[in-house]
Design a protein around this ligand. Sequence first.
Ligand SMILES: [Zn+2]
Length: 152
Amino acid sequence: VPKSQIPTPRSEAVRARFQRQRVRDTAPELALRRELYRRGLRYRVDVPLLGARRGRADILFTSARVVVMVDGCFWHRCPDHGLAPRENGDWWREKLDRNVERDRRTDAELAQLGWKVVRVWEHEPPHVAADFIAALVQSGPATSDGRSCCSR
Ligand SMILES: [Zn+2]
């Protein structure tokens, strides 16, 4: 989409979403990190990922080779809450579709680099996601599809 066609977000809600994109330390991330920490897990946050298209990992377990992405329902098109805004609907649908395609490419690239990728929706209960991640981290190098936490 040429830049000139990018609509200016008019509503406050859309503007707020725009501003929240790519922000670290979101509430769902903090809640998940708290749950992980309570389980005795230690991790790095907001880590640059060399070799992967997506710039950064939200939560990283280096020795277990587990990378966790906390996906916002809006930007990553959660099936329950990922509706494109009605205003400028086509533009949003294309943009959000591209986000999802990029996510899948990133997953594939990380998997090729030997990482287990866990994606957590922001709406998912943090203790459920933390249990899943803890099991994965503690399972060592055994194979896991690592693709889905909880409802995905
Ligand atoms: Zn959702």
